[in-house]
Design a protein around this ligand. Structure first.
Ligand code: GTP
Ligand code: MG
Length: 203
């Protein structure tokens, strides 16, 4: 998959105002600060496309980026931001849930997990909710550069075991680093496969 163009299109607080839903799209979700915006920049090879910050809570809206003039990557606000008020959390839950439930052209959502952390209830609950609602998702373990390769393997196999307590089968799993570009090829190939299947289903 070659990314020949990647441009910011629009930010919204409701799925109702998002761009027309005839083009396929992929969304990135996960805890605040897990590296969603950085991953979009890494995949598109545009360091400043999505706004990143070392302070959690940077992304607050549904942000659409148009890729190759043909499909969308969507940067979503993070969940589990400790300083967020209850009101803003409820608001988050509502507007993101609506987006995930109603966006017809959303082919897959990537749930990002910080590869250094033990499984967190908030992520497990979110993935279980996706399962209940039949929202297809894949997992990306981020910030892999922060662990040695043996520690990384240990963390990921522990995580997979934990998931198998809830799921009969694991979703596709990727490992990424926005610093070293690890995972770029695999995620782009996966997007390509899904896009091809989508265009065949339409022809
Ligand atoms: P919110 O928008 O607040 O929900 O955060 P986000 O998930 O979009 O995270 P963002 O991409 O803004 O990254 C948060 C911090 O983690 C920034 O300081 C990034 O530089 C850093 N970061 C993101 N990905 C990686 C990675 O793969 N490796 C390392 N070492 N740092 C990373
Ligand atoms: Mg962000």
């Amino acid at each position: 998959m070659v990314i020949s163009s990647a441009d910011f299109l629009i930010s919204n607080t409701t799925f109702k105002k998002c761009p027309e839903d005839e083009k396929p799209e992929f969304a990135f979700i996960g805890r605040s600060n897990v590296g969603k915006s950085s991953l979009i920049n890494m995949l598109t090879d545009k360091k400043k496309l999505a706004k990143t910050s070392s302070t959690p809570g940077k992304t607050q809206l549904i942000n659409h980026f148009i890729i190759n003039e043909n499909w969308y990557l969507v940067d979503l606000p993070g969940y589990g931001y400790a300083k967020a008020s209850k009101k803003s959390r409820n608001n988050w839950e509502q507007f993101i849930a609506e987006y995930l439930l109603h966006r017809k052209n959303l082919l897959t959502t990537f749930v990002l997990i910080d590869s250094r952390l033990e499984p967190q209830n908030i992520d497990l609950e979110f993935m279980n909710w996706c399962g209940e609602k039949e929202i297809p998702f894949s997992i990306i373990f981020t910030k892999s550069d922060k662990l040695s390769s043996s520690a990384l393997q240990k963390k990921i196999s522990f995580y997979k075991k934990e998931l198998l307590k809830y799921w009969e089968e694991l979703p596709p799993v990727f490992i990424s680093s926005s610093q070293s570009n690890l995972g770029r090829e695999s995620v782009l190939n996966y997007l390509n496969e899904i896009l091809e299947a989508f265009s065949q289903s339409r022809s």
